[in-house]
Design a protein around this ligand. Structure first.
Ligand code: 2AM
Ligand code: CA
Length: 270
């Protein structure tokens, strides 16, 4: 696929994200049924489903030969199995609402996340927060942008001056968890910690320097496919907890501005 066609794909992803965002914005405070997926911390609403159907139908209408991997349609496959099943070629990895718990509680920090991958490698990422109307996008080799303006990861050089964020996977939310131990180890060693509740947006916040770093376990490709490209194109770094370049099936993710990355990895090593 040539660059002109990638630009068309990007414009489509932006258009679909805005359409889904309009739908979601109109349903804040009018959620319909809230269903528990695995437990009271792992939720899905009617609006997640409506947003997903809108995105799927738009993609299928315009790109019937591309595959789609989406959160609410994935069944019980793990990330590795889901990606293997989809295989190579061009595919769309979508989260119809990333940050569903925030959406339910009307915390204005949730997004539509759309990543386009070729042979499992992200080439386009779009993340749209419909309440703040911030739209982040990246194209591989062409940089990262917020509302059309180029963005770069933060300039901090030491963990001590870094603002970091993390998130609990639904299964991990409880006492003595790995994440709580990591936070305990970091406490006092970085500027402060945040838990914002939407991984795709946290990645974009690393990309534009609001956050210096972000880490999370148990994420899925639909949480990360767009944001990871946006961080990398903004000059940041994304690895797993061991420092290997992050791949979409990995269970752990550590993103940073790059400068602090090795100190950050040691800081969360238990
Ligand atoms: P979600 O809102 O789409 O479920 C919160 O820390 C972040 O982690 C959110 O981006 C949330 O995505 C994601 N997340 C938490 N638990 C998850 C799970 N069990 N599966 C997938 N994503 C999860
Ligand atoms: Ca979701």
């Amino acid at each position: 696929m040539n660059h002109a066609n990638e630009e068309t794909l990007l414009q489509s992803a932006v258009a679909y994200a805005k359409q889904a965002g309009d739908l979601i914005r109109g349903r804040v405070g009018n959620l319909g049924d809230i269903q528990e997926k695995k437990n009271v911390s792992d939720l899905v609403t009617k609006v997640d489903m409506l947003s997903e159907s809108l995105l799927r139908s738009q993609i299928l209408k315009d790109y019937s030969d591309h595959w789609i991997l989406s959160e609410e349609d994935n069944g019980t496959l793990n990330s590795y199995e889901a990606l293997q099943k989809k295989g190579s070629g061009l595919g769309w990895i979508i989260d119809p609402i990333d940050g569903t718990t925030n959406f339910i509680h009307e915390v204005p920090h949730f997004a539509v996340s759309i990543g386009i991958v070729r042979d499992q490698e992200p080439i386009i990422g779009v993340v749209y927060n419909p309440l703040t109307e911030e739209l982040f996008h990246a194209r591989k080799h062409f940089g990262a942008f917020r509302n059309g303006a180029p963005i770069q990861a933060g300039k901090e050089t030491r963990l001590g001056e870094s603002l970091l964020a993390a998130g609990f996977q639904a299964e991990e939310w409880g006492p003595n968890s790995h994440l709580l131990k990591q936070m305990d180890k970091l406490a006092g060693n970085c500027r402060n910690l945040r838990m914002n509740g939407a991984a795709s947006l946290d990645l974009c916040w690393v990309a534009m320097g609001r956050l210096t770093g972000f880490w999370h376990s148990g994420l899925h490709p639909w949480d990360t496919s767009a944001g990871v490209l946006i961080v990398r194109e903004a000059g940041g770094q994304v690895t797993d907890h061991h420092g290997n370049a992050y791949q979409l099936h990995h269970d752990t993710l550590v993103a940073s501005n790059g400068n602090i990355h090795s100190e950050f990895l040691s800081g969360i090593q238990l």
